[in-house]
Write a protein that binds this ligand. Sequence first.
Ligand code: SF4
Length: 433
Amino acid sequence: MSRLAHLTSQGESIQEKSGTRTAADLPLPAPRAPLVARGRRQKTGSGGPLGMGRGPRGVYVHVPFCLHKCHYCDFYSIAGDGDGGRRDRRGVFVQRLIEEIRASSAFLGPPIETTFFGGGTPTLLPSGLWKILLAALSDHQPRAADHELTVEANPETVDEPLMEALVAGGVNRLSIGAQSFDPRHLKTLERRHDPARVVRSVQIARRGGIANINIDLIFGIPGQTLEQWLEDLQEVLALEPTHLSCYALSYESNTPLTAKLRAGRIKRIDQDLEARMYEVVIDRLAAAGFEHYEISSWARPGRRCRHNLRYWRNDQWWPLGPAAAGHVAGVRWKNVPHLGRYLREGPLPAITDVERLDEDGRIGEELMLRLRLIEGIECGLLQRLLAAGVRGRERGVAIMRHTDAGNLERSSDRLRLTRRGLLVADSVLADLL
Ligand code: SF4
């Protein structure tokens, strides 16, 4: 699933009330008048107190099922190799999700500009359920003409009927979790797909009418060499994706991979080698004509992920499904990560991890997010951010320090990470939070 939907921030927790809370209890702008269904079409009405377009125009949907649990993953999902009742739960889940879509529609846009299905493995939903789900989504969430609708896909699960249902329902972007083309490294990650399935998934998607395809890769896997990483890049470029996300392997707490690391059963790769792998991907993808637009993201011209840009620009989006995190009107929250509760309670789900940043927290977050973009932050905005908040002076000093160290630079009226800064981005950005 997308790491981005789980952006965390540092801020004041909003005092928990007793009993179950939902998004309706948050200090959000008042919802619009409900949309009136007309068959499959919707009327948007007068706009109500929220007015046209003042609600979030992005939606993240979390589908919490996986075939099995990959050893590096800490995202919320229910795994099982056999169906073990999951087939039934998928149908119940989709019905429940539609109830949530209906209940939340008054808080959104309209129109919706980006929708992102992550997980979990959204493509574990069968094509019949996708048809029902996408039709309901279209009924209750009016879409902009250039609406970007992304679905994350596990290569094991992509087939023609699925693609047909996705495309018919408006999906126009597929994000395939390849991670590696080397079976040894897939084994280390406990990814069970055959690399050939990635190739097949891309072919099926293209034949089905999806031209905009992202592929996720991971580097820095224990035992991986620079040559093997270059081979992965060669394999992925041969598939001609429009977008690539390349992440260094991270060891999240409470994952089997981290337990193996602690037990000495695997060894973290050398830091210099990992840095070299990152530099290699920057150079290789630039030579292949990709634009590097965010620390871990590359796109063909015109193919940047508009939904993910919403996260990095600190924009708003609404969460749907268990464990989905959202950000609206300066409030961040997460739907309770528990499928049983999600299915039992409603129509809006119970929420947790609610926080509303104070001004200083919002400034730190805005700096941290915008500097993830290669274009950096416009100097006028930077000055305004530094002039406000209680840590402005401290942040200004940190910026000067990192500029002197060659990690940040001013260029064309923008402050941005240098190539050297990209290699140590986590520590640079942490100093500005
Ligand atoms: S497919 Fe693997 S990495 Fe993706 S959400 Fe499921 S367990 Fe996590």
